[in-house]
Design a binder for this molecule. Structure first.
Ligand code: ADP
Ligand code: MG
Length: 326
């Protein structure tokens, strides 16, 4: 069975969540949204293209999850409360099974974060998913890239590098991304790539603590480099302080993990800076939202990110990570 554009829209629209601040949702020419008083609107957009951002054989539910996750991650990095989103779908064919699978993953994550789908667009073309996510933050309280200060600690949530290990294993034919596997450690790594966890609660908990924040989409050093550039400071990361991966070790990929963890992307963890005097409070607030966070280095005067190895030697990292037009 194949459907027309409106049949497809209906299959998605009937799953859309409700929020009291959506005065008018899907079905009109545009949505009407009620902003809470004293808050700033936070808006971000990200596109996922088949074959570029995910392997073609990725299950539709994983695509739905990830397309929203990368946008929620940007809101998290701003310290924003997620509220609304739009979804522009370009599909090669009107497959109800694909759309239902996509909606399953998409709304699973949307419901977890209380974000409502309020509109979008549906067209025929190569598989591409474009989402605009909106949230809000108390005026003046957003976590920006330009606030890092000399002497601040550098922190990271979770275990950056695990998504990269999964991607490498897939590229070597050692991991099937199209279905879950029984092997626990391998499945953990597959999930880090297919279903990243947006750190919304951590972003909200960092109000008044973090001086700058970014989400790690292109690689830890590259993304921290953006904070440094915008804040006009340098950073030193201690190789020995970077979080270890139990699961990479369990599948005998510790060496690969250590080699790529600072430069590989797709983890959607938060990297943030905070004054050293707030160390205890940062630890407490991350424990409160049950998000693992590790102190991995310092902000210094200068303009570059250095990865310092265990022997005290340092390597300067100019520009690493993923760039679509390299
Ligand atoms: P228009 O011609 O005004 O652009 P459409 O026919 O494209 O309207 O869409 C009809 C309604 O369905 C609109 O409210 C639009 O926001 C919504 N919509 C279309 N595609 C999607 C989608 N993929 N997800 C959510 N809402 C959608
Ligand atoms: Mg339209």
């Amino acid at each position: 069975m194949s459907l027309d554009e409106f049949g497809l829209i209906e299959r998605i629209a009937r799953r859309a969540g409700v929020r009291g601040d959506v005065a008018l949702g899907i079905g009109d020419d545009a949505a009407l949204l009620q902003m809470p008083a004293g808050q700033q609107l936070v808006v971000t957009a990200d596109t996922l293209n088949a074959g570029v951002h995910f392997p073609a054989e990725t299950p539709p539910a994983d695509i739905g999850w990830k397309a929203l996750a990368v946008n929620l991650s940007d809101l998290a990095a701003m310290g924003a409360q997620p509220a609304w989103c739009t979804l522009s779908l370009s599909l090669p064919e009107a497959s109800p099974a694909w759309v239902d699978g996509f909606a399953e993953g998409f709304f699973q994550l949307a419901d977890l974060h209380g974000i409502a789908l309020v509109g979008g667009d549906t067209t025929r073309g190569p598989l591409s998913i474009s989402i605009t996510a909106m949230g809000h933050v108390p005026a003046g309280k957003a976590l920006r890239r330009d606030g890092a200060q000399v002497g601040d600690d550098v922190w990271v949530t979770g275990v950056p590098g695990e998504a990269g290990v999964a991607l490498a294993l897939w590229q070597q034919g050692l991991l099937d991304v199209s279905r879950p596997t029984d092997e626990e450690a391998l499945e953990h790594l597959r999930q880090r790539l297919a279903r990243p966890t947006p750190r919304s609660a951590a972003g909200l908990a960092l109000h008044g603590l973090a001086s700058a924040a970014i989400d790690v989409s292109d690689g830890l050093l590259a993304d921290l480099g953006h904070i440094c550039q915008r804040s006009q400071v340098a950073a030193e990361i201690l190789e020995s302080a970077l979080p270890a991966s139990v699961q990479a070790a369990a599948v005998d990929q510790s060496a690969l993990f250590r080699r790529i963890r600072a430069t590989t992307g797709d983890d959607y963890e938060l990297c943030f800076t905070a004054p050293a005097a707030l160390r205890g409070q940062v630890s407490e607030s991350m424990a409160c939202v049950a998000v693992p966070a590790t102190r991995i280095g310092y902000i210094r005067a200068g303009s570059q990110v250095r990865l310092v190895d265990g022997e005290g030697g340092a390597s300067v990292v100019p520009r690493l990570g993923f760039n679509h037009f390299d």
